[in-house]
Design a protein around this ligand. Structure first.
Ligand code: DC
Length: 225
């Protein structure tokens, strides 16, 4: 990382509120927000379109070479570009999320996307969120935050989001899925989700968004002043 740029790394499990908080923090700091999960999702979309099976590691590795993934910003919002096509509108489905979860442990997928993430952070100041930002992607980040919440709270947030959209869903099933995904993310061999030794833990279970935002600004100030 060059001396002129700085990075805030935010890691944590699915549903902890990382993207909401990272987005607002980046606006307050006047830097770009890089959503690394969206890159893994774009890769997953490519694999689905190419008909690759989630369990075929060799095919995933080989297809990696023909996926050109980059990002650009429109009105301050990150857009993921896959082989020249803006795929932001296609990556938020359950199918793509599941494929991202199965394909992201692949070392070739990770190598390719980590390179892209490091390049972005070397050129511009960033708030970057993901699972391995503070531990692997940007180990020298000035500020590292590990954002989490209990599985029950994360499940309830997801349930409220889905019911607000008019979808019927089962709270117990959502929580079971979250627990399973946490387990997969935390126990995979390469870049498992874990708190970096020098990351500040913020448990948002009993906090409002405003409280989390204030806490994060406090942490950023304390690390940068
Ligand atoms: O945060 P998300 O749900 O958009 O992430 C999609 C998948 O990508 C998720 O299963 C974990 C994986 N991921 C990862 O392995 N490393 C990252 N830095 C970000 C996401």
């Amino acid at each position: 990382m060059s001396e002129k740029v700085f990075a805030v790394a935010i890691d944590g499990p699915a549903g902890a509120g990382k993207s909401t908080i990272a987005k607002s923090l980046s606006k307050k700091l006047g830097v770009i927000y890089v959503d690394t999960g969206a890159m893994y999702r774009a890769m997953a979309l490519y694999l689905i379109r190419e008909g690759v099976s989630a369990s075929d590691a060799a095919a995933i590795s080989s297809k990696c070479n023909t996926a050109d993934i980059s990002i650009r910003f429109e009105n301050g919002e990150q857009q993921v570009v896959l082989n020249g096509e803006n795929v932001n509108g296609f990556i938020r489905t359950e199918e793509v999320g599941n494929m991202a979860s199965s394909s992201s442990p692949n070392p070739d997928v990770r190598k390719k996307l980590v390179e892209l993430q490091r390049k972005l952070a070397s050129e511009k100041s960033v708030v970057m969120d993901g699972r391995d930002i503070g531990t692997v992607v940007l180990p020298d980040a000035k500020v590292k935050i590990y954002l989490t919440a209990s599985s029950a709270v994360r499940a309830k947030r997801r349930y409220d989001e889905l019911t607000a959209k008019g979808e019927t869903c089962d709270l117990a099933k959502i929580e079971a899925d979250i627990i399973e995904r946490d387990h997969r993310d935390m126990t995979r061999e390469i870049s498992p989700l874990k708190q970096a030794d020098d990351a500040v833990l913020v448990d948002t279970s009993d906090m409002t968004i405003d409280e989390v935002e204030n806490r994060l600004m406090e942490i950023v100030r304390s690390k940068t002043e």
